[in-house]
Design a protein around this ligand. Structure first.
Ligand SMILES: Nc1ncnc2c1ncn2[C@@H]1O[C@H](COP(=O)(O)OP(=O)(O)OP(=O)(O)O)[C@@H](O)[C@H]1O
Ligand SMILES: [Mg+2]
Length: 397
């Protein structure tokens, strides 16, 4: 089955460049590679300096690229459903223009790209499929689309098809709500099935998300947030790529920047417990042939399709009414452990080792009330402040 790599990161950090360079490296190693751009700005074509169609276009030996045309996709997959929904909303007394807007399923543009991924995945013609995603926030939304879509569909179309077929002729004249036709229901069922398949593929071990970042404060913050939420949604981040690192010969003018970047590079290693790849800031923009040079600098002798990290570094579960954050830690035995919560951050310190975890909203408002350590995993229980101390055996202090 094809290996899937999704590249995300804050705006402008170098996602498209890194995705393109990764695709080149994979294709040079003999993998048949497809790189898909989901960005309506179409920068993948600029990066390769050639036109790309909304279907796989040959770029080089073993290397194909495409740019998704969202409007076309919308029409292909959603038109029938959209028509029904807008009639439905209008029947509820919603203004025409608003009804039309509401009828576009939230996140459909993202879903369109993912449906492509599904298609090419199942077709099995490529060894590697690379997705150059939109900036982090949108990617997170995109990756939650399968869940959200299921919810949305259940809510709206949670009526059994067979049942509907029987009741429609009887019920429709009696209620003032138009019921969906069989065509609409078929289309919904088709989408529903695809979304389920998609979710399964995205959660597989050989699907990895790679976060591209620059050694800068704001970029690191956003990447941390993404890392936490990706873990939470059950996606696997197998490495992060720090791009645009100033070379030491950058000169006096950049000396402060060099110092800052070094500090941030250290911070990155305490915040992202996955392999870190580093890419220098080049003396010119990286397009066309320059990508071919960059791809070796990026991965060196490594195979870019390798799964660099497989473990799930953290997860959140609910146990007996409490949220429990589970974190993999590299030490083997219980030792002096300090937990410190500062707003959205949880800081875990054990001797020389330090890990900073960005907490999701559900935990940021709570306090750690107990912790224990079993088989290389730290389990931290969260609750209200007044619950602290009730829990025997806590070694948080
Ligand atoms: N290591 C680097 N050295 C020099 N220039 C770089 C490097 N990486 C990327 N660039 C340049 O930075 C610019 C932005 O890169 P790119 O388009 O890959 O970012 P992006 O994250 O995809 O942006 P967007 O969020 O707009 O999609 C491009 O002009 C690219 O050539
Ligand atoms: Mg881009």
């Amino acid at each position: 089955m094809p290996r899937i790599l999704l590249f995300t990161g804050k705006g402008g950090v170098g996602k498209t460049t890194i995705a393109a360079a990764t695709a080149i490296k994979a294709s040079k190693l003999g993998y048949k590679t497809l790189v898909i751009s989901t960005d309506p700005a179409h920068s993948l074509a600029d990066s390769f300096q050639m036109e790309l169609d909304p279907m796989p276009t040959k770029i080089d030996e073993n290397l194909y690229g495409m740019e998704v045309n969202v409007e076309y996709e919308l029409e292909k997959h959603w038109d029938v459903i959209k028509e029904y929904l807008s009639i439905f909303f209008k029947s509820q007394g919603i203004d025409d223009v608003i009804a039309e807007e509401l009828a576009i399923f939230p996140g459909f543009d993202e879903l369109a790209s993912l449906l492509h991924l599904l298609g090419y995945y199942k077709e099995g013609r490529y060894d590697v499929i690379i997705l150059d995603c939109a900036p982090t926030g949108e990617t997170l939304r995109l990756l939650s689309v399968p869940e959200v879509a299921r919810w949305y569909m259940n809510r709206f179309f949670g009526i059994e098809k067979k049942l509907l077929k029987i009741i429609k002729p009887i019920a429709e004249p009696l209620v003032d709500t138009p019921l969906p036709s069989e065509e609409v229901l078929n289309k919904i069922q088709e989408l529903y099935t695809k979304i389920g398949e998609l979710k399964n593929i995205l959660e597989k071990e050989d699907t990895s998300v790679r976060i591209v970042m620059n050694p800068e404060k704001m970029v690191i913050r956003e990447s941390e947030r993404a890392f936490t939420y990706l873990n939470l949604f059950g996606y696997r981040v197998d490495c992060v790529i720090v791009n645009k690192i100033f070379p030491t010969q950058a000169g006096d003018y950049f000396s402060k920047w060099l110092e800052l970047q070094n500090k941030y590079l250290e911070e990155i290693s305490s915040r992202f417990p996955v392999p870190i790849f580093k890419v220098p800031f080049k003396d010119t923009e990286i397009v066309g042939d320059k990508l071919y040079e960059l791809c070796d600098e990026l991965y060196g002798n490594e195979d870019p399709t390798k799964i660099f990290y497989l473990d799930k570094p953290m997860s959140i579960e609910k146990e007996n009414g409490h949220f429990v954050l589970k974190i993999k830690v590299p030490f083997a035995s219980k030792q002096e452990l300090k937990l410190l919560k500062r707003g959205e951050e949880l800081i875990i310190v054990a001797k020389q080792w330090k890990r900073i975890v960005f907490l999701p909203q559900s935990l940021a408002l709570k306090e750690p009330i107990g912790a224990n350590f079993i088989n290389g995993e730290l389990k931290i229980k969260f609750g209200e402040i007044h619950e602290r101390g009730k829990n025997q055996g806590s070694n948080t202090r």
